[in-house]
Ligand binder design. Structure first.
Ligand code: IVH
Length: 659
């Protein structure tokens, strides 16, 4: 091997390790900037030696041109489905059948969460990702290799040889909600649920689209030579984790029905806290030899069952439809429902998205409807169950319900928008967006305050926020002097937010968190972005014609340019600064935060540590310098004690920060 080859392999191995830490274990050791730097280093070395680029290099996730269609591929062994148990009785019957078929034998179930996505088989040859195939009809599926390669939790290279892994491709709830919001703003139809959007995203012809969709892969079967590759399912899961796959940590070996029922019950109450949706629990008889003897029916194994959680839906009456105006002026109909409990939560509102949705549902006010609460928090109307006797149709108003301006339905868009860019409703929404934690993070600027600021004409654009005095704030209703001072400080503090957040805060259609980051990194300054023509903008990763046009359009509007100048005057950051660790009092130290600190939020503590050059990691290891423990600290504290790592509290942390 040449010196270059050695160097390339070293860089790749390092990047692979960090991809695994970040995307599989969710325990990054590097900042984004450091990771990007490594990636750029590899990319530039490869650019100088194109003959040494290998398909399993971390630079090669998104490659190739959009294709014409998908090729079919046969499965190594059938990908069948599972029988369902829809209630505890059916689960007991399943358990009885198993016990009858292997009489007198002891056995265990492996309980896994049933992720709501689509199953995919991925083949590795010599440890390298070779082919990914959708389930299809169970015997043949579609070859989606180029798209699957963009899923960052799916390793391109492992230290296994020839094997196949099967698992579920899912779209995390947060990614799903972001995607639908973007689609709505773009006038595209929404995806109905994360499963459909995961399937849609994996089956697009252009892999660069899949890459932007933040899909995830959870492994659950390990297959070698057309057969299960380990003597038990539990071993198989451990092997997969060792090979670098993401294996759901929420799994349990259950000694029998009772433990299985407990697992099912536990996750039914915790399912809302998961980052992705589940629709039940899968139980598999653990030992392969017993699975063999239990065998298969024509369509499903006898050794496994899918316990489905009951749908979280209920019937109620649609009492009224209200209209909300969003920050881009889009009018959104909102259903007002007769309050009803759905899966333990009282529901009184549901989104209707747009007029087309209302037409699709053939919905009128007064109808009886079926309401469903899925993982994405906002309840939705599934269908009309009974037409109301005195039902009356709904039409979106021709004038904005807030400012009375014209409402237009833009060519090719589903949505109607208020044309008035200074409509108070739009202004309020854009200020709330600007203040969000993930945007400029202005703590304490909520709906009630924004209403007052806009209604009293104290604020006519986000730039006005920076001119507010503490006295003005203290003069607002229900505003104590102390909270006015805090809010004032928090507005002032937002000046140090990085360029990517300022970009997001501007409210340019299609420019959210992710595009903000991409633009900030690619251009470095706000002025460079404002001056770039569409072609230059599109040269940035993931920026398509529509986004480029939107950015151009934004900066060519005189009043937007004025807003930008005022924000410059307010001294917001218009230049990208390296987000890597700065040299400070904590350089070289790694912290782990656990429990609730007396005054700092976790975000605050993290930001301050990083600002002083320290690192914050989520897991305690030998590399941890300090564990900062607050109230109700849990297992991390235990681990720190075991490893003999220094444990400190907030006061000590403050002292170090001030040093
Ligand atoms: S095992 C032959 N394990 O549920 C058995 N399936 O209803 C194949 N699913 O098609 C499935 N999580 O798409 C298995 N931990 C898990 C799962 C899981 C989700 C899905 C999968 C499958 C369907 C069966």
């Amino acid at each position: 091997m040449s010196q270059t080859e050695i160097e390339l392999e070293k860089l790749r191995a390092e990047l692979r390790r960090h991809e695994h830490l970040y995307y599989v274990l969710d325990q990054p050791e590097l900042s984004d900037a450091e990771y990007d730097r490594l990636m750029r280093e590899l990319a530039s070395l490869e650019a100088r030696h194109p003959e040494l680029v290998t398909s399993d290099s971390p630079t090669q996730r998104v490659g190739g041109k959009p294709r014409e269609g998908f090729v079919k591929a046969r499965h190594s062994m059938p990908m069948l489905s599972l029988d369902n148990a829809l209630n505890p009785r059916e689960l007991r019957e399943f358990d009885r059948r198993v016990r009858d078929l292997i009489p007198g034998e002891e056995f265990a179930y492996v309980a896994e969460l049933k992720l709501d996505g689509l199953s995919v088989a991925v083949r590795y040859r010599d440890g390298v990702l070779h082919q990914a195939v959708t389930r299809g009809d169970g015997l043949t599926g579609e070859d989606v290799t180029a798209n699957a390669r963009t899923i960052r939790s799916l390793p391109l290279r492992t230290n296994g040889g020839d094997f196949e892994v099967r698992g579920e491709v899912v779209m995390p709830r947060a990614a799903f909600m972001r995607l639908n919001q973007e689609r709505e703003e773009a006038g595209l139809p929404r995806y109905a649920n994360p499963r459909n959007s995961a399937a849609g995203s994996l089956r697009v012809l252009d892999p660069s689209i899949t890459a932007g969709r933040q899909l995830d892969f959870y492994a659950y079967f390990y297959i070698v030579n057309g057969d299960y590759g380990r003597p038990s399912q539990w071993d198989a899961l451990e092997t997969l984790a060792e090979l670098g796959f993401k294996v759901n940590p929420a799994r349990q070996k259950c000694a029998g029905l009772t433990e299985l029922e407990e697992f099912i019950h536990e996750w039914e109450t915790k399912r809302d806290s998961l980052p992705y949706e589940i629709d039940g629990v899968v139980a598999k008889v653990d030992v392969l030899d017993q699975q063999r003897r239990l065998g298969w029916t024509a369509k499903a194994p006898r050794w496994a069952i899918a316990y489905k959680y009951p749908a979280r839906e209920a019937e109620t009456v649609l009492e009224e439809i209200l209209v909300q105006v969003g920050r881009t002026g889009v009018l959104t109909p909102v259903a007002v429902l007769r309050p009803v409990t759905v899966g333990g939560v009282t529901v009184a509102r549901a989104t209707l998205h747009n007029e087309d949705e209302i037409a699709r549902l053939d919905l009128e006010i007064g109808d009886k409807v079926l309401v469903e609460r899925s993982g994405d928090v906002i309840p939705k109307i599934v269908r009309v169950t009974q037409r109301g006797e005195s039902r009356r149709p709904f039409r979106l108003p021709e004038a904005c319900p807030v400012c009375g301006s014209n409402v237009v339905r833009v060519e090719g868009e589903v949505a109607r928008r208020c044309v008035n860019s200074s409509c108070p409703a739009r202004l309020k929404e854009s200020i709330l967006h600007f203040a969000r934690r993930s945007v400029m993070d202005i703590d304490g600027l909520g709906e009630a305050l924004v209403d007052q600021l806009v209604d009293r004409k104290l604020v006519g654009s986000v730039a006005d926020l920076y001119d507010l005095t503490a006295e003005q704030l203290a003069g607002l209703d229900r505003m104590a002097e102390k909270s006015a001072a805090n809010l004032h400080a928090s507005i002032a503090g937002s000046r140090t937010q990085p360029l990517e957040r300022v970009l997001n805060g501007l409210g340019i259609p299609f420019v959210g968190e992710r595009t903000g980051q991409i633009l900030a990194r690619a251009f470095g300054t706000l002025d460079a972005i404002a001056a770039a023509d569409p072609a230059r903008l599109q040269a940035a990763e993931e920026v398509g014609p529509k986004v480029a046009e939107s950015i151009r359009g934004f900066f060519s509007e005189p009043h937007n340019r004025e807003l930008v100048e005022r924000l410059r005057g307010a001294e917001l950051r218009f230049t990208e600064e390296s987000r890597g660790p700065q040299i400070g009092s904590l350089t070289g130290k790694t912290f782990v935060l656990t429990g609730t600190l007396p005054s700092l939020t976790r975000e605050d503590a993290k930001a301050r540590i990083e600002a002083s050059g320290g690192k914050v990691s989520t897991a305690v290891s030998k590399k941890t310098s300090f564990v900062v423990a607050g109230e109700d600290a849990g297992s991390k504290l235990e681990k720190a004690r075991q490893l003999g790592i220094a444990i400190i509290g907030e006061p000590e942390l403050m002292e170090m920060l001030n040093a």
